[in-house]
Design a protein around this ligand. Structure first.
Ligand code: GTP
Ligand code: MG
Length: 370
């Protein structure tokens, strides 16, 4: 049910909290400023104090913001979004480095990935592919879950000398939860102690049945450092993508998801956004979580300025007023006024939820002690 704290209600009416409390007392209700009341009670009080009430439902404010259907004929093929997942040190970043002919690993602190990287490459068949790297360290479960949510395909990297480990199993669970197909990349095949057969049977215990064991999960043995079978992996990705028949409408206001966001000293809030539908352009007014802004600049994965970014493209977005949160959905809206309305509404929702949680927590503590 809809609720509001007495404090918030008073704020919105520019009335004093004590006056609201007095009215409640008149109606025989004892209350504190931090208490939560239901929407009907709030409306009665507001009217009593001479205010007109406009009840705004979520469906009104957020109306048409996301998931408005696109006409079939507006849909065009889009690149697959591929998220690399697996246990720590199994070679995810190395594999992506090898595919990109780049070198990210050597620049990482302790060789451990601590954020999500997003890149686009052009595969040998000429088709672009978007890759998202995720950390394998146990601490980054939330990042992996988000990675699995925005992706079309998960490449599960399993080191042949180490086998299926806890975060391998976790990645499988994330992919399942997101309903995303897995391609198994058995990595470090160059190592003398590599045991790819063992990896296959261990995966079977997690109900991932690869092709060579009669299953349907695509698989490939690779070596990131020796650059073995990288083309084969890209072929499998292309094959899987073809089966998925991925499409999006590029000619509409953009929608996407914040992959990560940070506050840059010089540039202000910088959000890495994966555009999922439409085309994001410099000058667009965007909302993301409870932040909004006007796109000041877009930077591609090589740090180069871009004027726009279409479906499946990762871009750094400059221009948010504050940092949105990773996982927040981003949408282009028609005006700054609309952006403000949406973000203010979300801010309020957030505050009220927090207040309600606080009251609940106190309530249950009191219950425990009585
Ligand atoms: P996190 O992001 O921290 O989870 O690690 P990661 O999965 O990205 O692993 P990373 O690419 O950082 O590689 C870990 C170590 O394994 C590095 O020392 C790599 O050089 C090594 N490595 C990666 N791939 C291979 C491979 O194919 N063969 C061999 N021999 N070593 C590899
Ligand atoms: Mg890594």
């Amino acid at each position: 049910p809809e609720t509001i704290t007495i404090q918030e209600l008073a704020n919105r009416m520019s009335e004093r909290g004590v006056d609201v409390i007095k009215l409640l007392m008149k109606q025989g209700q004892m209350a504190k400023i931090t208490d939560v009341i239901d929407a009907d009670t709030a409306q009665l009080i507001a009217e009593e104090l001479g205010h007109t009430v406009k009840r705004v439902a979520e469906s009104d404010v957020e109306e048409g913001l996301f998931d408005a259907p696109d006409a079939e004929e507006s849909l065009l093929p889009r690149p697959p979004v591929v998220t690399i997942m697996g246990h720590v040190d199994h070679g995810k970043t190395s594999l992506l480095d090898a595919i990109r002919h780049a070198n990210v690993v050597s620049g990482e602190a302790g060789g451990i990935t601590q954020h999500i990287g997003a890149y686009q490459i052009v595969a040998p068949n000429g088709a672009p592919v978007t890759f998202i790297d995720t950390p394998g360290h146990a601490a980054f479960t939330a990042m992996r879950a988000r990675g699995a949510k925005v992706t079309d395909i998960v490449v599960l990297v399993v080191a042949a000398d180490d086998g299926v480990m806890p975060q391998t199993a976790e990645a499988i669970a994330h992919a399942r939860a997101a309903g995303v197909p897995i391609i198994v990349a058995i990595n470090k095949i160059d190592k003398p102690d590599a045991k790819p057969e063992r990896v296959r049977s261990e995966l079977l215990q997690h109900e991932v049945q690869v092709e060579t064991l009669g299953g349907e999960t695509l698989e490939v043995e690779v070596s990131a450092t020796k650059k073995i079978n990288l083309d084969k992996l890209l072929d499998l990705i292309a094959l899987q993508a073809e089966l998925l028949d991925l499409k999006a409408n590029p000619a509409r206001p953009a929608e996407g998801t914040v992959i990560e966001a940070r506050l840059d000293k010089g540039r202000g809030p910088v959000a890495t956004v994966l555009v999922q539908r439409g085309t994001l352009k410099v000058g667009d007014v965007i909302v993301g979580g409870s932040q909004w802004g006007r796109v000041r600049a877009l930077l591609d994965d090589k740090g180069e300025a871009a004027q726009e970014a279409g479906p499946s493209t990762p871009v750094e977005v400059l221009g948010f007023s504050g940092s949105p949160e990773a996982g927040d959905r981003v949408a282009v809206v028609e005006s700054e006024a609309r952006a403000r309305e949406i973000t203010e509404y979300r801010e309020r929702q957030k505050r009220e939820k927090a207040a309600a949680r606080g009251t609940l927590a106190r309530g249950s503590l009191a219950d425990m002690m009585s």
